[in-house]
Design a protein around this ligand. Structure first.
Ligand SMILES: Nc1nc2c(ncn2[C@@H]2O[C@H](COP(=O)(O)OP(=O)(O)O)[C@@H](O)[C@H]2O)c(=O)[nH]1
Ligand SMILES: [Mg+2]
Ligand SMILES: [Zn+2]
Length: 340
């Protein structure tokens, strides 16, 4: 008899997937060759159909990938509901430019996100108020936390329940500490897999969703320090709430909100200078790309890789990209992938 069950892929390593199924528990699965031949790659976070199940050895084969709600490119995870962008108020010191850049990067994925500012125990009330007030004028409501004192950890926990969240932010801000707190009492979450595979859980090749003790699942990413913006200049406007929340009344539909005649955007907001600076940066990159494309068709593949490091086999990644338009808008790039 041919059995098929539905399951949830919660970890991937090399060509193996760990799939949680209600009927058989956790199955170690490979993907059917037919999926790869048709350009379908199983991602962590996927809902899948599993067949050829051998309950004795807990093995199976993934035969089908169910439609995805969302797809993140870096790290490659499907069905992500939200990001948790984490920075620290101190140690390392919070910097306006740095913070702003991370916010724009998070916005560029198109996913909703929570902004958490950690290490409140190292700051005075005045310093915290300064950042909260500033972020409010930018359009954000940060959650002030401390993994040391436990401040607002319960609130954060409730915002992660029932959801798949990807945590991101520079290294040293307390991501691992937070994960340890949120997965406490969950042996399955941290120790088990690392032991079985003999590798740490923070390697780029090994992606997994950790079940949280308060509900929901969390994926960790290696820290990155200078997030690359991989968007077109025209897409930058939708990464600033100060801009996209204004009633746009520009004369030209393709207005870049610089010095065009008939631009109806108010420019008296703090981060307008970031918008201008990064728009110019993206414009230069776009022009370089175009110029290279004209000179030499052969380097086309390289251009696409410009400025970022891939954690997957390049050809496979590239093939996949052609098939998916949506995911190009949802990139969360791991730049300086410092393997923690
Ligand atoms: N004072 C203080 N230190 C913290 C807090 N959270 C984490 N740390 C410390 O910050 C350092 C970096 O933390 P870690 O979790 O490794 O950060 P990650 O690189 O983002 O994963 C460690 O020494 C932690 O003990 C906090 O809330 N307050
Ligand atoms: Mg860490
Ligand atoms: Zn305009």
């Amino acid at each position: 008899m041919r059995r098929e069950v539905l399951g949830h892929v919660w970890a991937a390593q090399a060509n193996f997937y760990r799939v949680a199924t209600p009927e058989y528990g956790e199955l170690l699965c490979t993907a059917r060759a037919r999926l790869k031949k048709t350009g379908q790659w199983v991602l962590v976070g996927d809902q899948v159909q599993v067949e050829e199940i051998d309950p004795a050895s807990q093995r199976g084969a993934i035969s089908e990938i169910l439609p995805r709600r969302s797809e993140l490119d870096h790290p490659p995870i499907a069905n992500v509901d939200q990001l948790l962008l984490m920075l620290a108020l101190a140690a390392p010191a919070l910097d306006i430019h740095h913070l702003s850049r991370f916010l724009v990067k998070a916005e560029s994925t198109g996913l909703p996100f929570i902004l958490a500012l950690n290490k409140s125990d190292l700051c005075s009330r005045e310093q915290i108020d300064f950042w909260v007030a500033k972020l409010q004028t930018w359009g954000y409501e940060p959650v002030i936390i401390s993994t040391t004192t436990g401040q607002n950890i319960a609130e954060l926990q409730s915002r992660l329940a029932h959801k798949i969240t990807v945590i991101t932010g520079p290294s040293g801000v307390g991501k691992s500490s937070l994960i340890n707190t949120l997965t406490q009492g969950n042996d399955l979450a941290t120790g088990a897999v690392a032991q079985r595979t003999g590798r740490g859980r923070h390697t780029t090749r090994h992606i997994q969703l950790l079940p949280l003790s308060g509900g929901g699942m969390l994926a960790d990413t290696p820290g990155f320090n200078q997030p690359n913006l991989e968007i077109k200049p025209t897409e930058l406007a939708r990464c600033f709430p100060e801009l996209y929340r204004q009633n746009v009344t520009c004369e030209f539909a393709n207005c870049t909100h610089h010095n065009e005649p008939g631009c109806g955007i108010k420019k008296d907001w703090e981060r307008y200078e970031h918008y201008v600076q990064w728009w110019q940066e993206l414009q230069v990159l776009a022009e370089m790309k175009q110029a290279q494309g004209r000179c030499d068709v052969g380097v086309k593949y390289k251009q696409e890789e410009m400025g970022h490091r891939r954690s997957e086999p390049k050809l496979a990644r590239h093939k996949y990209r052609n098939l998916s338009r949506r995911r190009q808008h949802q990139e969360l790039d791991l730049l300086t992938a410092d393997e923690e």
